[in-house]
Design a protein around this ligand. Structure first.
Ligand code: MG
Length: 253
């Protein structure tokens, strides 16, 4: 099932995507809800970021090829960092290229959307805490990441957390190709099954550090092939089985 958040009559709503149609839902997508007969054209809706997370937890260096590309060592535990909720951006939103940034990179990632409050979740029970999956672009000011020696500024500008286009509740993690397309050209291509630390372990690991709430997102790291974007570019993050998240890049005015 594909759960989309969108604007209708100025109200944020949730719906379920069925082909070219969005059917509104009533109730709580994290709990009980029903799918109504009120429909919208998928082509015509204005997308919102799929959730309003209390936090976004990033995972660094979680694909071996990306570790090699960055000339770093494979970590023995996940390297985690935070992106603020103020950075979220929906499908078709514009990524702002900050004036202070000298190199702005895309990072194609699989995002996990948390379903229920999670604290110290055992690996074997992690699946119960997952609502679904999103395409995530962990936009990074690479020069500032290197300059600062820690990642907060580089990962946190407004618009640096595009995710969507919707939440896919059913995804086969054993085989899901992931790619980034810059202006239609494939620049990153890998598979979710190449993750060093897998989805259940990440939920366990992160939830032993901090309580996760419904709508929070863990973004699982990027494969090799990261490179810069420029104003005017279109960047798309695709995970087969979810869909394709598309955003344009604009200069800060
Ligand atoms: Mg990343």
């Amino acid at each position: 099932m594909r759960i989309v958040r969108f604007v209708s009559g100025r109200q944020p709503r949730y719906g379920v995507v069925e082909g070219a149609v969005v059917r509104e839902v009533e109730g709580d997508i994290f709990g009980k809800f029903i799918v109504t007969d009120r429909t919208h054209s998928l082509k015509r809706i204005r997308f919102l970021a799929p959730t309003e997370p209390s936090k976004i937890v990033g995972v660094g260096l979680n694909y071996r090829d990306h570790v090699d590309e960055m000339k770093l060592h494979t970590p023995d535990e996940p390297i985690i960092f935070l992106k603020p909720p103020s950075a979220t951006l929906p499908h078709r939103g514009r990524i702002t290229y900050p004036k202070v940034c000298g190199r702005l990179d895309y990072e194609a990632e699989l995002g996990i959307v948390i379903k229920r409050t999670a604290r110290a979740v055992p690996v074997g029970k992690a699946h119960r805490y997952i609502l679904g999956y999103v395409c995530f672009n962990d936009v990074t000011a690479r020069d500032l990441q290197r300059k600062d020696g820690q990642w907060t500024r580089a990962k946190s500008f407004d618009t640096f957390a595009p995710f969507g286009p919707w939440i896919e509740t059913d995804l086969d993690l054993s085989d899901a190709p992931i790619r980034a397309l810059l202006n239609g050209v494939i620049r990153q291509e890998s598979n979710i099954n190449n993750l060093i630390f897998e989805v259940p372990y990440l939920i366990h690991f992160v939830s032993t550090v901090m309580t996760l709430y419904p709508g929070d997102v863990i973004t699982t790291g990027t494969p090799s092939g990261v490179s810069p974007m420029r104003p005017g570019d279109t960047i798309e993050i695709e995970v087969e089985g979810i869909g394709r998240l598309s955003n344009s890049v604009v200069a800060e005015s």
